[in-house]
Design a protein around this ligand. Sequence first.
Ligand SMILES: N[C@@H](CCC(=O)N[C@@H](CS)C(=O)NCC(=O)O)C(=O)O
Length: 198
Amino acid sequence: MKLYDLELSGNCYKVRLFCALNNIPLDIVPVDYLAGEHKGSEYLAINPLGQLPSLDDNGLIIRDSQAILVYLAVKYDLINWWPHGAIGQALIMQWLSFSANEIARGPNDARLHDLFEVPLDVAEARDKARAVLDVTEATLQDSNWLVGDKVTLADIACFPYIALAHQGGVALDAYPKTRAWCERIKMLNGFITMPGIE
Ligand SMILES: N[C@@H](CCC(=O)N[C@@H](CS)C(=O)NCC(=O)O)C(=O)O
């Protein structure tokens, strides 16, 4: 399986992390983002959105990190991460959408501004990042994980840009439960890191 990848991308990292935690082998294909390779015709033929990551499983192309996580969990029957039942899947799906929407427009955007000089309203992105952290902090008050009592795809999808929030000027100091959750993820067997995550 090939992963079209960017080392500094939290979206790519969540796929690398999930595969590392589950011993799923990946052929990493680095895409030169700064040179605009992701907007070139060769990559657009793989992913017409020109976004990373994309997974190529023997010619089957899956785009979007959340979709890739679900695909891999189902392919390898990793029911602890993505259970069979409607309720469990719906509860996790809420967080996958949260990752693709609120987290993307909050801590992810603030980091894009600070690290990659993407022109956007960084004050608004930081406000949204704090709103994201309010939600995780409340959820983690009496729970170690975002859904149920075990780590699931919900945690892997949300972890990268929360752990990287400091790179967008948003500190986790006021969010002790969220910080403890980050530490819990870092303790998982097989955990790998990326630049910006200590
Ligand atoms: N929803 C997608 C978002 C992917 C995404 O925005 N990737 C960034 C890199 S982290 C990208 O390729 N941006 C280029 C663009 O949107 O043009 C996912 O979760 O994979």
